[in-house]
Design a protein. Structure first.
Lengths: 53, 780
């Protein structure tokens, strides 16, 4: 059970990483528009179009 | 336009189109050019973090489905120098980030217009006050949530350790780990709560945040103390759980309010962004923002005046309906005033000397009034808040009293009991009850095309029992068609039509559009347009009159008594030549929508300024019995006042072109998005769709939202009522209190989220509508 002494700090570290990742997401505007992505999925992928041109 | 689509390999647009696209409108190259002027650019471009980049917002009309979003997205991205495009089909707003050195606003606007949409650059001031600090809320929510999860896993271990012996080393270790994680999490995520509590205390008030802030602070403080001391209970899990659910509640509430606020557009969006200024006889294309009082500007036919002014032209024909509600275009002469936002419906440009601009103009003042009206919180909310603070103070006092009691009985338990009581008495679930339902409900409605301005609209919807519908543009789609042509002379239908077209060329009116359609007619000479009556002009060597029967017979009584006098007549000097029957298209979903409303127990009425024949026909198609024709705006208002005075609450649906005052007077107003700007900015609900059945389901939606709120409140109160005595008696350890509070909050939120799917159900509409009248009587 001594492994706990390593594991707990590890989870704390992961927590910090998770929080940082979320902060990054907020800062880079990932949460700005939550309405159009669901709709965009239904439409055709732009990469395909450009390849044809 | 179709060719352009094919050329660009964008033919797949047609595959995905789920509804017919709007017809291509006139391209406003001049207007777009004006956007490149420095002054105007400064008002529409917003700086971004990057020096070379700016962002601009524009509203795009004509987006009818998701495929249009895709098309516009591609159209804009094809312009060199575009960094990013975000289009929101729900609000028809597009945000574009462009490279200032490579792309100009006019490039973007032109690209959109080339595909047949009507873009409109929005000045920064016109956009609703953005989501203030939404990023901050999200961050706090994330920290609270992630921290909560982490602490729970540590606490689970500790609880298990209480049952099955755990070595003290680990216990201390886990406890310290909890301390290190919980402290920053609670302090960061709970910062607003503490700030509010301190602020309230400074003002000697007991707000809702005071007991809550106290509980969290006490829990955290005691836990830290006990953890460092090495003995005694710790409540890190309770504290973090608490903070998480409180933060969640506030987040949902602000989301609901944000959604409602997005539909608002202020005055700057009501007038054209570019104007033509006359300086020394030369016409300059300038931005409206550059105009100052004293300038002379030109208002082209069919356009809106950018500012208030005095008319210099000898004659002008002005449609002020969007402001004053008068349907008939007014004849004005030099010296008369013209209000910014009113339309030039004549065939000649109007020369105007500007008297007031922007916020000083009539529209500006009206708009400012609207803004203050909206930002003022309604009385019902203030009353509720006063109540809530009194209750909070009472509960706080109760907790302290109980704590003191326990001190005398068993001081060990006293602290736990106080903590438990503070937690249990927290009105979290109650405070989540409404926001959770509103957030989900308003979101679901927005996805159907109904943008509600505020949550009070729901209450008023529940009370409305009479629905007034405007005709043109609301139950009909605003397009007129020539159904039949009767000819009386030697000329055949085609010749009569081309004469009519020549006369109507250059007139901005739905009737003119009905005649002209796609043709490019020759213009008649000496055309004189008498609003509301008819047109005279010379064509092919003869003088013609085109208009209503009254108009024709004013010049020449050539009608026999038995004729049916409806429709539009064409006559030359001597005789009647032709008669055109015009009809309007009733919207496809409208009759069904009326049935839905009637099933729900609503009384319906149709009002219009049009003549008996047209309105009667529409009423018949819709099976509405109560219809009023030839209504001047004053008549419409009087009708509404009569209904309201008899105690009824009235909902009005219109497109605002000539019924803005009607919408303003109604208890609930719904504006069609294709309507006037002023209506859209003042109506309670904006409907962005085409199918009126969605509007007809509003009473049902409101009833369902209210039902969920009641369920939530009922449950939350039950929890408090049961929990408080139990906690006071000492049966509830703090962790259980926090768990119970969190669970009840969670239940309330999930119940609210249910609305997302409830409000969508369409096939059951008819059955549900029958329940609606039942519910509505229950609710009121």
């Amino acid at each position: 059970m001594n492994i706990l002494f390593a594991l707990i700090p590890l989870t704390a570290l992961l927590l910090i990483v998770a929080v940082w990742a979320f902060f990054w997401a907020v800062r880079s505007g990932q949460f700005e528009d939550l309405d159009t992505p669901p709709v965009r999925v239904l439409l055709d992928d732009e990469r395909g179009e450009d390849a044809q041109k | 336009m179709a060719q352009l689509i094919e050329e660009r390999g964008l033919g797949r647009f047609y595959d995905f189109r789920t509804s017919p696209a709007a017809r291509a409108d006139r391209r406003c190259d001049d207007a777009f050019e004006a956007c490149d002027r420095p002054e105007v650019m400064r008002s529409i471009l917003e700086p971004t973090g990057n020096e070379d980049q700016s962002s601009m917002s524009c509203r795009i009309d004509g987006m009818t489905c998701a495929a249009c979003t895709w098309l516009i997205n591609k159209a804009i991205r094809d312009v060199p120098g575009i960094i990013d495009v975000t289009i929101n089909p729900l609000t028809s707003l597009a945000d574009i980030v462009l490279d200032k050195t490579r792309a100009y606003p006019s490039d973007v606007l032109g690209a959109i217009a080339a595909y047949g949409f009507s873009p409109r650059a929005l000045p920064r001031a016109a956009l609703a006050a953005g989501p203030v600090n939404r990023g901050g809320e999200l961050k706090r929510l994330a920290v609270a949530g992630l921290g909560f999860v982490q602490i729970m896993s540590l606490s689970a271990a500790l609880y298990l350790g209480a049952f099955k012996a755990m070595s003290p080393r680990f216990e201390t270790f886990l406890t310290l780990a909890s301390l290190l994680i919980a402290t920053p999490v609670v302090l960061y995520a709970g910062a607003p709560i503490f700030r509010n509590a301190l602020r309230d205390l400074a003002r000697r008030q007991i707000g809702m945040d005071v007991p809550v802030g106290l509980a969290i602070a006490a829990a955290l403080g005691a836990s830290i103390f006990n953890a460092l001391r090495g003995s005694g209970a710790v409540f890190f899990d309770s504290a973090t759980m608490f903070v998480f659910f409180l933060t969640l509640g506030r987040f949902l509430e602000s989301r609901a309010r944000y959604r409602a606020g997005q539909t608002y557009q202020s005055i700057e969006a009501l007038v054209p962004i570019s104007s033509t200024r006359i300086v020394d006889g030369h016409a300059q294309n300038v931005g409206t923002i550059e105009i100052v009082p004293g300038d002379t500007i030109l208002v082209p036919p069919g356009e809106a005046a950018p500012a208030d002014g005095m008319i210099v032209s000898a004659r002008a024909s002005v449609d002020e309906s969007l402001l004053s509600g008068e349907t008939t275009a007014r004849n004005k002469t030099s010296g008369d005033s013209m209000l910014g936002g009113s339309l030039n419906v004549g065939s000649q440009p109007i020369e105007l000397r500007v008297t007031a601009v922007g916020r000083d103009s009539y529209i500006g003042r009206v708009s400012r009034m609207l803004e203050t009206a909206i930002s003022r919180r309604p009385d019902s909310m203030r009353a509720a808040e006063a109540w809530a603070s009194r209750i909070a103070a009472g509960l706080l006092g109760l907790s302290i009293v109980v704590g003191l009691l326990w001190l005398t009985i068993d001081s060990e338990q006293a602290f736990r009991v106080v903590l438990a009581m503070l937690v249990v008495t927290c009105p979290c679930a109650i405070s989540l009850a409404a926001p959770a339902a509103f957030a989900a409900g308003l979101g679901a409605l927005a996805r159907q095309g109904l943008l509600l301005r505020s949550t009070e609209v729901i209450d008023r919807l529940l009370e409305a029992r009479t629905w007034l519908f405007d005709k043109t543009g609301t139950v009909t789609d605003g397009s007129m068609q020539i159904v039949q042509t009767h000819c009386f002379g030697e000329l055949d239908a085609a010749q009569c039509l081309s004469i009519a077209r020549a006369l109507e060329a250059g007139i901005e009116h739905p009737l003119a559009r009905a005649f002209i359609g796609e043709h490019q007619p020759q213009h008649a000479h000496n055309v004189e347009y008498i609003e509301g009556r008819g047109i005279t002009g010379e064509f092919d060597g003869q003088t013609w009159r085109l208009g209503s029967a009254a108009f024709i017979s004013a010049a020449d009584s050539c009608f026999t008594n038995n004729a049916d006098l409806g429709g539009v007549w064409l006559a030359n000097d001597n005789q009647l030549v032709a008669r055109f029957e015009i009809s309007e298209q009733v919207r496809a979903g409208a009759p069904a929508a009326m049935r839905l409303l009637q099933r729900a127990g609503m009384k319906l009425a149709l009002v219009s300024g049009d003549d008996d024949a047209a309105v009667g026909a529409a009423a018949q198609a819709l099976r509405i019995e109560d219809w009023h024709a030839a209504q001047l705006p004053e008549d419409k208002l009087a009708l509404m006042s009569r209904l309201q005075q008899s105690g009824q609450r009235v909902a009005a649906v219109g497109d605002g072109v000539n019924d803005a005052p009607l919408l303003a007077q109604a208890d609930v107003s719904v504006a069609m998005v294709a309507g006037s700007e002023l209506a859209r900015s003042s109506a309670d609900i904006v409907f962005t769709g085409e199918d009126l059945r969605v509007v007809a389901r509003l009473p049902l939606a409101a009833a369902q939202i209210r039902r969920v709120i009641r369920q939530n409140i009922g449950w939350a109160i039950a929890y408090n009522v049961i929990g408080i005595p139990l906690a006071a008696a000492g049966f509830v350890p703090p962790w259980l209190a926090a768990l119970g509070m969190s669970a009840s909050s969670l239940i309330v939120v999930l119940n609210g989220l249910r609305l997302g799917s409830t409000l969508r159900a369409e096939p059951h509409a008819m059955r549900q509508q029958q329940h609606t009248s039942q519910w509505l009587t229950e609710m009121s």
